[in-house]
Write a protein that binds this ligand. Sequence first.
Ligand code: 13P
Ligand code: SF4
Length: 319
Amino acid sequence: GAQKTELIAKARALLESRNAVLVAHYYVDGDLQDLALATGGIVADSLEMARFGRDHAAQTLVVAGVRFMGESAKILSPEKRVLMPDLDATCSLDLGCPPDDFAAFCDAHPDRQVVVYANTSAAVKARADWMVTSSCALAIVKHLKDSGQKVLWAPDRHLGRYVQQETGADMLLWNGACIVHDEFKGTELELLKAQHPEAMVLVHPESPESVVALADVVGSTSQMLNAVVNGPAREYIVATDNLIMHRMRQLAPGKVLIEAPTAGNAASCKSCAHCPWMAMNGLQGVVDCLEHGHGEIQVEASLGRQAQACITRMLDFVK
Ligand code: 13P
Ligand code: SF4
């Protein structure tokens, strides 16, 4: 309504007057995604968000996503101001990997290369040799395997198991999970597939093994989006946070998108697959952080320098 139009106008004006750019993930509110794209920002997966924030000239980055995304932006650009609409937006993977326990795990296995998923705290990254995201995990672990290395992996057990299966690398896995993707159900997905035999199945690798096993494409959010845009099928069953469909519909208006089942039966569940922490991002938060400087990400400088090495190693590897 009128209030929303007003907030959008206010956010646009503030982004411009504060020399700020909005960096958004596909799982945030559609209005924020649209605002990012309309103001020279980006809607992207976590790897692209990190790279875009690092390379952009703006001195203020507004990161609409979850905390690790804001922290990665700050770690890569300590001289920039990084704001978030809600600093309490965390991630079950980050919460499930406390830095002290993780350090003890690493200490117990000094012979392994430490590979951590982006969805971790700065302190966990500071202990890692490599950071990876879902879009480059396979390539990086394959590279480590080919150079004779053994891997200690944290925190997502499903992504870890998938990478282990695909690469054959020797991997020791932390036992973490994403509360959103962990809910997708293989048996129900099989039934849904039977009802849509022509549909392509797209799965984010944070999903359980039984779900990944049914996928035509396994990949990061951007890779899933590309599969819908460029795929030969008319119908797509999508196993990830359902807000990604906002961008999928914009870029592939002729395609039919079906939510993968999260529980119970194959009649797809309307709003189950949405991250409660991504949902904390809204237009009001963007306005407030820019107007009042709320939600500024701080990463202690020496910790940030230690954490930067593993992110930079990934970015150099994928370029
Ligand atoms: P992507 O890097 O694929 O965007 O994944 C981030 C995330 O949090 C998925 O739940
Ligand atoms: Fe973390 Fe899962 Fe939310 Fe992604 S969807 S931010 S992995 S809890």
